[in-house]
Every structure is written in C-alpha cells, then in structure tokens.
Design a protein around this ligand. Structure first.
Ligand SMILES: Cc1cc2nc3c(=O)[nH]c(=O)nc-3n(C[C@H](O)[C@H](O)[C@H](O)COP(=O)(O)OP(=O)(O)OC[C@H]3O[C@@H](n4cnc5c(N)ncnc54)[C@H](O)[C@@H]3O)c2cc1C
Length: 389
C-alpha cells in the first residue's frame, strides 16, 4: 500500500494493530460485496454490529466503553474504511463523530449511560439531523423548532430534516432545532427516538452517489420529547458545528483512503493490462498519471497526520480541518477520475473501485460543508472578512 514517505514507520503498536484490523475488515467483509451493494443501492446492515465489535465507532472517546485511542489511530480507521467505500466510512462517521460525540461532549450522565455503550457496540444506530430542505449550507437559518409543551415538562418538535445518513434505520436521531420558548431562539440538540409518535424517516432513493449508504428524511410532526432528551451541555450553533469538526477530521483522513484505493487499483491494472505488445504501465503517459497520483495522495496523508498531532495537543482549529477536508476530498475526487481513465472501459464498471469511489466522492465533496463553503471559511480566516452573504 502506498506509504511513500514512510509515515507508517512512526506508528505505535496500538495504531498499527487498529489500522490492520480495519484493513482486514475491509478486505474480508467490504470488498467482496460492495460493488453489488452499490449497484443495488443497499447498505450491508449486517456489518453494523461487526464494526461496533471491532471498535470503529468513536474509539477516540474516553469512557462508556470507548477505548480512547489516539487521533492518528482514529484517522487510520477512517482511512481504511473509506478505502473500502465512502458509505462504510460514513456509517462510522455519523455514528461516532455526529451522534456519540455530542452525547459524550454535551449529554447528561443518564444520556451517556443509555446511549454511548449501545451506539459504540453497534446495538443501536444513530443519525444526525441538521440539514433541512430549504437550509443546507446555511443551517443556522433552520426552521425546525421546539416549543415547551402544556405541562412545561418537555418539548414539542416540528419541522423536517433531509439528506440524513442512516435516518431510515436509526433508533435515535440527534435533531438540532430552535428552542422558541427561550430568548433568542437558541439552537438546541434533542435526542429523538425514532419510534416516537409523529416521527417519520422515509428513504431517499434515486441517488447516483453514495449508493451503498442509506439516506433519508426526518419528519417531525408535533413530536413530544421529555426535558431529559435535551442535550444539556450546549446551546447555539456551536453544538452542531463542533460535531461537524469531528466528522470532517475523519473525512480528511477517509478521502485519502479512497484515493489510495484508486491508486492501487490503477497501478495494478497498469502493470497487468497489455496494449501494443506490453503493459500499459511502461508508457510515460501512464507513469506520469501514477506519479502525480502518488504525490497528491502523499501530500494529503501529510496533512492528515499533521491534523492528528494538532488534535492530540488540543491545538486543532476548525479552519485547519476545513483546509484538510477541502483539499483531501478535492484531491481524491480528481485522482479517482484519473484512475478510472487508466482502467479504460473496464473502469466504468463496479468490478473495479475507481468509478464507485468517484461517484461517492461527489457526495463527500458536498456534505459536511461543501467545497465552496470551506473555501469561504478559509477566506475569512485568512482575511478577517466574511464572504458568505
Ligand atoms: C448522501 C448525503 C448524505 C448526507 N448526510 C447528512 C447527514 O447525515 N446529516 C445532515 O444534516 N446532512 C447531511 N447531508 C446534507 C449535506 O450536508 C448538504 O447537502 C450540504 O450541506 C449542502 O447543502 P445543500 O445540498 O442544501 O446545498 P446548498 O446549500 O443549496 O448549495 C448549493 C450550491 O451553492 C453553493 N453555495 C451555497 N452557499 C454559498 C455561498 N455563500 N457562496 C458560494 N456558494 C454557495 C454550494 O457550495 C453548492 O455548490 C448529506 C448529503 C448527502 C448528499
């Protein structure tokens, strides 16, 4: 596997073991059937619990059954899972960074005890409801809202969320909504069990990207939730945005995995496929593509490893993560296209991974802050001038 500047030489024993576990899981459980799942538009739900047992959901958290591994180890898991498929990594990102993280960071003791072990082991599935039909890049304009109920002991939630990974199979949704009963309508996080009256989670079909991932809507029609379902530790957009920083960190690593898988597929193909009396890999044009691909992947790896160091030291800023998400996903999207092209006609089938990765990366380029939005986040950081509106 491509590790051109020997970054793996510096891994600790635990990090190597975790990386190897994730790589073997992908080889044994993802690669054999993922092309078929992609074609059929299905997610291998039987892997949800296996992934939990192997510790792929937020292993970087501490306590409640989480092993508190290093940020590098966590990143390596994301990298290996996305080398399999972005849909598999999305499952782990949502469950870990977008559901377990907010409960861990902002939840009550009772919420942590109820949900963290079950989510960590894959016995329960969570989803994260931020995006709405009319509010994607600007989630702070959300319309979903909560009002105090008549007794004053709980809330009634109304609104709708869309493009929610895992919503149709989730047991619990972290729903972000404006609390209209408080001054200035702050955004609050609500743990909404999906079997509550008034909750609907229809699946979105017709996707041409991220086909091996379940995506749905969340309809909230006067849904009653008790006070104890509110995440007590956070108020305002900091809640959802801090979760996104965690998930985007994983994506910066994951995208490198998808690109690496495309590279390996193209390298192998180039040494085996013969045209004009020998392997196509002997042509300078093909070597140029591989050289560029390997260089771009290596640069993406370096950025991901540096992010891990900063995160470990508590010095990681959301803007660092924006740069890495933006760069590494763009890099993976561009390089998966080059790999596809090197595979000729075979490259457009599900027998090979590049076109599947390429299709998936269209989603990864768009979700968790579009490429454009991360450009504006960096622009603001570099100039002090905000260009969103
Ligand atoms: C498969 C999939 C899974 C997803 N999973 C989840 C999930 O689990 N939970 C969740 O909450 N959301 C999820 N999302 C939603 C995702 O985060 C949004 O699609 C994303 O934030 C973009 O929002 P939008 O689609 O409404 O596009 P829009 O915000 O409407 O953007 C359309 C275009 O306009 C551009 N644009 C917008 N504002 C500006 C600006 N100020 N300046 C310049 N250009 C701008 C964008 O870059 C984009 O190119 C998922 C999406 C997909 C496709």
């Amino acid at each position: 596997m491509l590790d051109f500047v020997q970054l793996e030489a510096d891994l600790g024993q635990e990090e190597r073991l975790i990386r190897e576990t994730a790589r073997e899981f992908v080889a044994d459980h993802v690669r054999p059937d993922i092309g078929e799942h992609f074609e059929n538009g299905t997610f291998p739900t039987e892997l949800i619990q296996t992934m939990g047992e192997l510790g792929f959901y937020a292993p970087n958290l501490e306590g409640y059954g989480s092993p508190n591994v290093s940020e590098t180890a966590y990143g390596l898991v994301m990298q290996e899972l996305e080398a399999g498929d972005s849909g598999i990594r999305s499952m782990a990102s949502v469950q870990g960074a977008l559901v377990m993280y907010p409960i861990h960071a902002y939840g009550s003791e009772a919420q942590k005890e109820e949900w963290l072990p079950a989510l960590g082991e894959g016995e329960a599935v969570g989803c994260f409801g931020l995006t709405e039909p009319e509010h994607g890049s600007n989630p702070s304009a959300m319309e979903t809202h909560a009002e105090r109920d008549a007794t004053g002991d709980g809330y009634v939630l109304s609104g709708s969320k869309t493009w929610i990974t895992n919503a149709p199979i989730a047991d619990v949704a972290v729903v972000w909504a404006r609390d209209r009963s408080a001054t200035d309508d702050p955004v609050r996080g609500f743990l909404v069990e999906t079997d509550r009256d008034g909750v609907t989670t229809p699946e979105i079909d017709g996707k041409l990207s991220m086909r091996a991932s379940i995506t749905g809507e969340i309809g909230l029609n006067d849904v009653s939730v008790p006070e104890e379902n509110v995440l007590p530790g956070v108020s305002g957009m900091k809640g959802p945005l801090s979760c996104l920083t965690q998930a985007r960190y994983g994506i910066a690593w994951g995208a490198v995995g998808a690109a690496r898988d495309c590279f390996e597929e193209a390298r192998e193909y180039a040494t085996e496929r013969e045209q004009f009396g020998g392997p196509i890999g002997r042509f300078q044009l093909q070597q140029g593509k591989l050289a560029e691909m390997a260089t771009q992947i290596t640069l993406g790896q370096l950025l991901a490893y540096r992010l891990a160091d900063l995160k470990e030291r508590g010095e990681l800023r959301p803007q660092h993560v924006s740069m890495a998400k933006r760069n590494n996903v763009r890099m993976a999207r561009e390089q998966s296209r080059v790999a596809r092209e090197m595979l000729g006609g075979n490259g457009i089938t599900t027998d090979y991974s590049p076109m599947r990765h390429l299709a998936n990366l269209e989603t990864v380029y768009t979700y968790e802050g579009t490429h454009d939005i991360h450009t504006l986040i960096l622009g603001e950081d570099l100039t002090g001038l905000q260009a969103y509106q």
